[in-house]
Structure formats: structure tokens, C-alpha cells
Design a protein around this ligand. Structure first.
Ligand SMILES: Nc1ncnc2c1ncn2[C@@H]1O[C@H](COP(=O)(O)OP(=O)(O)OP(=O)(O)O)[C@@H](O)[C@H]1O
Length: 208
């Protein structure tokens, strides 16, 4: 399981540390939820876990083995906040094949099915999909890499209520195959899932 020990991060461009001796032990079978107000460091935390960003002190381990940034990038899939803003493909198929050129149509369809996108026209431009479909496509892009850990930054932000419900149900389904961390302003949306809850405050995680 994934574990963070005393993570300290103070970018030279920031006035004060963003994370201070932050500790987190992921629990088997539970979705980890981190809430916190804007600017508390939620995105910074997922960027560090995913290996996109470094840190000055501490240790991140998977099954008791210390991971460097490259190993964390292999281990984790990160779905950014509003991921649809970063789509590059001209079609759904092209979006999924970025970095996975040799994927067959069957493999694309199988991945889309995992995220509940059934009978989707692979030739459609990603921007023509609904908000909920775009969010599912962004999750599918990460699932193609078979990450052990899925990090979701505000996965329900900007979606209608009914669409949010669908995304929450999808996350509940994915949790059997992946370790999941969600950072969110809206932890109450996930209260019916089996979650382990924290608040990010002053650079540390407080169990809720
Ligand atoms: N490289 C950096 N240099 C300077 N300041 C930074 C850097 N990275 C993040 N920060 C600052 O650290 C704080 C935490 O940012 P972060 O984006 O992680 O917060 P957040 O909780 O995700 O916010 P939001 O909910 O608005 O997305 C912010 O004040 C941000 O401006």
C-alpha cells in the first residue's frame, strides 16, 4: 500500500511551506478523501504523489519500498481538475491513442466500457461529448496505463447533480482495482462510499 512519511515541500517561489511533515497511510479497500479550502495544497499533494512534483524532505513508499519521482509516475494516474481542458486528440480514438499508438479498436472499446462509455462513436471530437462523458474519457485515458494508484483532483467539479452521481458510482466501481485518492471541496458527495477522510490544514492532514 502507498504511504507518505513526513513530506515537506517549500517551493523557492512560495513564501511558506505548502506541506509540512505530512503523513498519510492509505488503507486497503478504502477510498482516501482529502478536503481543504482553496489554496490549502490539495493539487500540490496529488502532483507530489504522482511524481510530477518533487519535495524536500520525507519519503513516499509503495509496499514498503521507497519510490523516486519516475517510479511514482509509473505507479500513479492523475486526473487533473477540469481534465477536459487538456484534451489534445481530434477524436475520442486519437485521445486514447496518445502515447498508446498501437491500441486496437477492441482495446479502446474495452477501456471505454470500464468507465461506462458504451457505444460511443470513436470518431467524435472529445469537445463534442457531454461534461460527464468528457470526465469519463479523462479517467479512461489514465486507466490505459493500468495505474495502481488513481489520483482524482476535484472529479465532480463543474458537473450537474445527476452527472456527479454517475461519476461517483464510477469511482466506487474502480476502487476494487485501484487505490484511489480524491481531493475535493465537496467531501459530502462521497459519504456513501467506504472512505477514509482527512482535512488538509496548515500543510498537514487531520483525520476527520
Ligand atoms: N511552485 C509554487 N510556487 C509558489 N507557490 C506555489 C507553488 N505551487 C503551489 N503554490 C501555492 O501553494 C498553495 C497551494 O496550492 P494548491 O494549488 O496546491 O492548492 P489547492 O488546495 O489545490 O487549491 P484549489 O482548491 O484552489 O485548487 C497556493 O497558495 C499556491 O499559490
Amino acid at each position: 500500500m502507498l504511504s507518505l512519511k513526513n513530506i515537506y515541500y517549500h517551493p523557492s517561489t512560495a513564501e511558506k511551506p505548502i506541506l509540512r511533515d505530512l503523513c498519510l497511510k492509505f488503507k486497503t479497500g478504502k477510498i482516501t478523501i482529502v478536503r481543504g479550502p482553496s489554496g490549502s495544497g490539495k493539487t500540490t499533494l496529488v502532483e507530489i504523489i504522482s511524481g510530477l512534483s518533487g519535495y524536500q524532505k520525507g519519503e513516499i513508499t509503495w509496499l514498503n519500498k521507497t519510490l523516486n519521482a519516475r517510479q511514482r509516475r509509473w505507479l500513479c494516474g492523475l486526473v487533473f481538475q477540469f481534465p477536459e481542458r487538456y484534451f489534445l486528440g481530434l477524436s475520442v480514438a486519437q485521445e486514447l491513442r496518445l502515447g498508446h499508438k498501437r491500441l486496437t479498436t477492441e482495446e479502446l472499446i474495452s477501456t471505454l466500457t470500464k468507465v461506462g462509455l458504451i457505444n460511443l462513436d470513436l470518431k467524435k471530437p472529445p469537445e463534442s461529448l457531454s461534461g460527464g462523458q468528457q470526465r469519463r474519457l479523462a479517467i479512461a485515458v489514465q486507466l490505459l496505463r493500468s495505474p495502481k494508484v488513481l489520483l482524482l483532483d476535484e472529479p465532480t467539479a463543474g458537473l450537474d447533480w445527476s452527472v456527479r452521481k454517475g461519476i461517483i458510482e464510477l469511482i466506487a466501481k474502480l476502487k476494487d482495482k485501484q487505490t484511489i485518492l480524491i481531493v475535493t471541496h465537496e467531501p459530502e458527495l462521497f459519504k456513501n462510499l467506504n472512505t477514509d477522510n482527512y482535512k488538509l490544514h496548515n500543510g498537514q492532514l487531520i483525520p476527520q
